[in-house]
Design a protein around this ligand. Sequence first.
Ligand SMILES: NC(=O)c1ccc[n+]([C@@H]2O[C@H](COP(=O)([O-])OP(=O)(O)OC[C@H]3O[C@@H](n4cnc5c(N)ncnc54)[C@H](O)[C@@H]3O)[C@@H](O)[C@H]2O)c1
Ligand SMILES: O=C(O)C[C@H](O)C(=O)O
Length: 341
Amino acid sequence: MRSSLLRSVKTLARPTTARAYSVDSVPSRKVTVLGAAGGIGQPLSLLMKLNPLVSQLALYDIGGTPGVAADVSHINSRSEVAGYMGDDQLGLALEGSDVVIIPAGVPRKPGMTRDDLFNINAGIVKSLCSAIAKYCPHAIVNMISNPVNSTVPIAAEVFKKAGIYDEKKLFGVTTLDVVRAKSFYAGKANVNVAEVNVPVVGGHAGVTILPLFSQATPKANLSQDDIQALTKRTQDGGTEVVEAKAGKGSATLSMAYAGAIFADACLKGLNGVPDVVECSYVQSTITELPFFASKVRLGKNGVEEVLGLGPLSDYEKEGLEKLKPELKSSIEKGIEFAKKN
Ligand SMILES: NC(=O)c1ccc[n+]([C@@H]2O[C@H](COP(=O)([O-])OP(=O)(O)OC[C@H]3O[C@@H](n4cnc5c(N)ncnc54)[C@H](O)[C@@H]3O)[C@@H](O)[C@H]2O)c1
Ligand SMILES: O=C(O)C[C@H](O)C(=O)O
């Protein structure tokens, strides 16, 4: 196993000038990316290499990681980078990890739903989560692989079977929905995008994505038609990219950005930074569904608090009721798969 361990990728950054931050005051944190050679995995690995909260970056894939890890490792930032490839190196990639980010699996092509990815990605996620249970059972898991509405329940079942499930540490990454809602809202409302906040709740597929534009800030006087158009565009954001890429995959760059924001929030929470709040798809009791995306306060143990939905407009209340049957069946499909396999 050691003989095939990737060469070249143990590079501690050695800045030649004064550091922009004090490494001494920042705890050591290992982040592992599973699927690191993919369309999301590569730019996400780059962004995690730029994150000063990361001290060790482990890049794992079934192929292609030697090149990605060698490339990323030359960047003169804090973390040591190591690349790992193939089943026999998965344990090494995971051991000691604080945060595991999973963008492994196949993306959509035009005409497909995220659920059409279930047959392939469910098995990938299940085997990766079994390895997480074995090698880094206390890590925070950021699930990107689709269909997120089902892959998160699959992960929960795998962790339960292994006796290590901690609902505070499992997150479905829905940050891209928030990123899109912010961009689209800023464009329509003609406000500074850097100041925009929009919670997005529910799940991560079609109508299960429910942006709460009634709570968007800064406030803007948008018509109901505008709100409905913004809601639809946010729900169809992934499909917009899939169609524009015309068979060459789905969102990768915006997803890497969103994944890096969410992982950074998890690291800040672990490090005790107060008031870190992001939307995420987590085990939840704020509706009758066992998993639901909403604002979550992140802390030293992962989820510190799942925040409620806040006041909803009539249109959002209707959207909430509409999304429940689809989200429920996606959750049940994931649980059933994990129990059977
Ligand atoms: N949550 C979200 O908002 C969101 C956004 C965009 C894409 N996605 C999903 O992310 C996933 C990846 O998308 P992509 O565009 O990067 O796809 P991609 O095909 O470009 O990359 C996927 C990578 O996963 C790797 N992989 C496959 N099986 C693996 C395994 N068992 N272990 C480790 N790595 C494995 C592949 O080798 C490949 O490098 C897709 O399921 C996609 O639908 C989710
Ligand atoms: O749409 C997809 O298939 C990928 C991702 O879930 C997205 O929202 O872009």
